[in-house]
Design a protein around this ligand. Structure first.
Ligand SMILES: Nc1ncnc2c1ncn2[C@@H]1O[C@H](COP(=O)(O)OP(=O)(O)OP(=O)(O)O)[C@@H](O)[C@H]1O
Ligand SMILES: [Mg+2]
Length: 303
């Protein structure tokens, strides 16, 4: 690799890199799902976080608030949230409740009006190369190839080197698009475009991935495939992730912890103790349905 080029993806030894073949039944699933909804569901203000074993959380959102106008209402209103390194947390909430605004704060794209955001213990003062952001729409440039779209974070800063192109190809292969690197976005399906956006977010080898409803426009089957791809990539790289979605089942399938937001506040949060890697058939397990039902109740209660 060229000196200073984009580093290759590092497999995470701690999280392992092997996954069961899709389509295989898992006879132990029901037993392992028995306690899928952890007992400490919390309601209202002062939500407790899971134990962090004495370690500082990787992402710490500390009493964060945000107003778009100084005299306007708080869109994010005193949120506390801690994400341990390597965890996937999901955020559910109705349209307009402030999810994207909170995600932009976590990305350093907006700075909090009050409180602080810390990543790896350091206060976030702006966009940070340790953070990758995947938007709701793939936001690809139609006149560039898939490869050049993945290279964009590099080419906006400097001329890409051979090692960068190699790293971009590697990331496209990781999301299953190794053969389509030269295609332009109009020649790709919606799901393939979402994969290009995911590959692009991985270019800086970010420690934290932020997702803003990236699969909302896709059909159910493609969306489930991309959810599995996302989980595989996060496990492979040991990534920490915060995933915003409207879809309760998506949040339960992806998350170690799911929070519900309403009117700028977290009104409910629960840990999910479902097995990882997610077994085939999990979505049809009673424990999965129970977790979805609890979250639906929390969303309905939030108005
Ligand atoms: N740049 C802005 N200037 C002023 N108000 C804004 C701005 N962006 C968002 N808002 C307002 O802040 C509130 C929260 O918006 P936000 O985009 O965070 O909601 P959301 O939960 O992501 O909604 P959705 O699910 O529809 O994406 C909305 O009332 C919105 O109109
Ligand atoms: Mg939004």
């Amino acid at each position: 690799m060229d000196e200073g080029g984009t580093p290759p993806i590092r497999p995470s030894a701690s999280l392992g890199t092997t996954f069961p073949a899709r389509g295989k039944e898992d006879p132990g699933l029901a037993a392992r799902c028995a306690n899928a909804v952890a007992p400490q569901d919390d309601e209202g203000a002062g939500l407790r976080q899971p134990a962090l074993d004495g370690q500082a959380p990787f992402v710490a959102i500390e009493n964060a608030s945000y107003r778009y106008r100084p005299a306007g209402p708080p869109i994010v209103d005193g949120i506390d949230w801690a994400i341990p390194r390597g965890a996937i947390h999901c955020l559910l909430g109705r349209s307009g409740c402030g999810k994207t605004t909170l995600l932009k704060l976590a990305a350093g794209l907006l700075l909090p009006s009050g409180g602080a955001i810390r990543i790896g213990g350091a206060a976030l003062g702006g966009p940070d190369p340790r953070i990758g952001f995947v938007f709701q729409t793939p936001t690809l440039l139609d006149w560039l190839s898939a490869l050049d779209n993945v290279l964009l974070p590099v080419s906006l800063k400097r001329r890409p080197r051979a090692a960068d192109r190699e790293a971009a190809r590697e990331r496209l292969a990781l999301v299953g698009l190794g053969d389509l690197a030269e295609r332009r976005p109009p020649e790709l399906s919606g799901g393939q475009q979402s994969r290009v956006a995911l590959a692009r977010a991985l270019m800086g080898e970010p420690d934290l991935l932020l997702f803003d409803e990236p699969f909302a426009a896709l059909d159910a089957i493609t969306r489930e495939e991309l959810q599995d791809d996302l989980l595989r990539l996060c496990a492979l790289r040991g990534s920490t992730a915060l995933f915003v979605t409207h879809d309760i089942a998506e949040a339960v399938y992806l998350g170690d912890r799911v929070a519900v937001m309403a009117a700028g506040r977290i009104v409910h949060a629960q840990d999910l103790d479902l097995p990882r890697p997610r077994p085939h058939g999990l979505r049809y397990d009673p424990a999965f349905a129970a977790a979805c039902r609890t979250l639906r109740g929390a969303m309905d209660g939030a108005g």
